[in-house]
Design a protein around this ligand. Sequence first.
Ligand SMILES: O=c1ccn([C@@H]2O[C@H](COP(=O)(O)O)[C@@H](O)[C@H]2O)c(=O)[nH]1
Length: 271
Amino acid sequence: MTRSELFAQIQQKSSFLCVGLDPDLEKIPRHLLAEPDPIFSFCKAIIEETADFAVAYKPNIAFFEAMGSKGWDTLAKVEELIPADIFTIADAKRGDIGNTSKLYAKAFFESMDFDSITVAPYMGEDSVTPFLEFENKWVILLALTSNKGSLDFQLIQDQNGKALYQSVLEKSQAWGTPDNLMYVVGATRGELIGEVRKAAPEHFFLVPGVGAQGGSLSEVAKYGMNSSCGLLVNSSRGIIYASNEKDFGKAARKEAEKLQLEMKELLDKYL
Ligand SMILES: O=c1ccn([C@@H]2O[C@H](COP(=O)(O)O)[C@@H](O)[C@H]2O)c(=O)[nH]1
């Protein structure tokens, strides 16, 4: 999917919502356990109920690969089920020496047909660029993550006062463009999102951390929105586990709609 197609979706739906698919057999409604593939049935219902409000889906690969080969089959079926006009993100956080990254890219972009993959920057240019060689596919590079451990390395400053996440932003902009490179920026980072926006004015940000992790959607929009929105804000548990009864699909729909309505107001205010 191209950047302009993504922006068109955002305008059409008045939404920059990414629904995170983190399906856990221990958390899904009990009645689904009688189904032949409970995780698929769960994701199918969530996708069907939230597709009106979502511009992206982000299956977190850990939740599928934890189930072994069956999990990979389920992931492929879920990816195929997502409507073609909705952006797909394989949240796999890959990255290795070049020839290995190339095969990770083939796995997610060719064997499966994801639009994008999350990639860790730690191993540098040759670990990231193989993912950028696929037409109309995206790398979403970890820049400033939402978790507490992001303080361990990402905010360490060099002798000139430049934080590691800033070096990641600066250097990686020579590898890709706003048309094939996005950044992960945690919603829990408040006004630092404004610093990231200054360093990468045109790139889209994938922003996890609203909902269960307590990040503020209005702060994210205030500091992070650009003239083509430039944001995909993810919520996983806050939507998919809104209920664990038979009404879980409808409950997820309600939460997704709530976020979309807030997003519409923010788009009206800042775009
Ligand atoms: O910095 C990061 C990068 C990735 N994630 C992932 O996003 C979702 C968040 O789930 P919630 O339930 O909405 O908290 C999850 O898949 C994480 O692995 C992140 O949280 N922070």
